[in-house]
Design a protein around this ligand. Structure first.
Ligand code: PHE
Length: 346
């Protein structure tokens, strides 16, 4: 008995392991049902009565030593595993990262910018919270123009019910950026102005109170309506395909004279007429016109020396036509099942 106790004690003291499984194996080998210490405890039952006291103490001490050893080894194993990287199987396949993708509005916006970039336009930016002067007055909106009405414009600060150049509001079009460009730059000016705009409109499948516009402004000596038409034809062909035609219909904007609406031939039916173009073969995509001399003058540019053209389009509308999306609200809901369909386009 004495020898067996000493032998086991020596074994316990000599044992060393860092892997939790090895420590557990050791515990079972010593303390398990068929363990060496369990066997000694069994043997202890048949020890003569006068030796029971001494062997009882020895066996108890041995058991304490075993328990202390296991506790110490487990603690160290835990420390080691916390410090070391947990790579159990280097050959296991990694977990796939879900990649995000560009929003369809950004895709179309970037494509439009790229097309005008090829024509030498640079991108200009401006604030979304604007004053009346940049959104209306300096774009030749008379004080009584209905677009200044609370119906269409979200006002942030308004001194009285009468319109004033100091009113603070959310821009209703990105033409305000063009005013800011004219403020700081002498002609030649060739800029494209993308941005969010805000209008107090009921939300439906074809209108939203927040949407995106891209407007362009070109001012130089001898810029003509023909230059505008050619630039916009190039743009339409680049965006919708080589076979695309455009037509212009007379229109009205306070800041351009003459003004026109631009239609492109329907890219779905090729101009024959279909539900998307309502049987006309044409789709309206933007407004345009020659910059009104009053606007040039209000922004410090001599209309006798310079002329220019401007155009503006809604990005959601173009994206709806390009992707065949029938409800504009889908662009704002950010349902990933909708958004993922555009992962690989453009
Ligand atoms: N600002 C006009 C709009 O918001 C678009 C436009 C821009 C029309 C430039 C003509 C010239 O509808």
């Amino acid at each position: 008995m004495e020898n067996k106790i000493n032998e086991l004690l020596a074994q316990v003291e000599a044992f060393n392991a860092t892997a939790p499984a090895e420590i557990e194996d050791f515990r079972v080998k010593v303390l398990g049902k068929k363990g060496s210490l369990t066997a000694l405890m069994e043997e202890f039952k048949s020890v003569p009565a006068e030796q029971k006291r001494i062997y009882g103490q020895r066996l108890n001490a041995l058991k304490q030593a075993v328990l202390a050893k296991i506790a110490a080894l487990r603690e160290r194993a835990e420390e080691l595993s916390a410090a070391a990287p947990q790579i159990e199987d280097m050959t296991r396949p990694g977990t796939a990262e879900q990649l995000g993708s560009r929003h369809p509005i950004s895709l179309v916006k970037n494509e439009i910018i790229a097309i005008f970039d090829r024509l030498g336009y640079t991108v200009a930016d401006g604030p979304e919270i604007e004053d009346d002067s940049h959104v209306f007055s300096r774009l030749n909106f008379p004080m009584e123009h209905p677009a200044r009405d609370m119906q269409d414009t979200f006002f942030v600060e308004k001194a009285s019910t009468e319109p004033s150049e100091n009113d603070v509001l959310l821009r209703t079009h990105t033409s305000s950026i063009q005013v800011r460009v004219m403020e700081r730059q002498k002609p030649p000016i060739r800029v494209i102005c993308p941005g969010r705009v805000f209008r107090n409109e009921a939300i439906s499948y074809r209108a939203h109170c927040i949407f995106h516009q891209i407007e362009g402004l070109y001012i130089d000596r001898n810029v003509s309506f023909a230059d505008m038409k050619q630039s916009l034809l190039y743009f339409a062909k680049e965006l919708f395909g080589e076979q695309t035609e455009i037509r212009m219909r007379p229109s009205y904007f306070p800041f351009t004279e003459p003004s026109a609406e631009v239609d492109v031939s329907c890219n779905l039916c090729g101009g024959k007429g279909c539900p998307v173009c309502k049987g006309t073969g044409w789709l309206e995509i933007m407004g345009c016109g020659m910059v009104d001399p009053n606007v040039l003058e209000a922004n410090g540019i001599d209309p006798k020396e310079y002329s220019g053209f401007a155009f503006g389009m809604g990005v959601e509308r173009i994206a709806m036509l390009k992707f065949g999306v029938k409800d504009l609200r889908l662009y704002f809901e950010n349902d990933v099942r909708f958004l993922h369909q555009f992962d690989s386009v453009l």
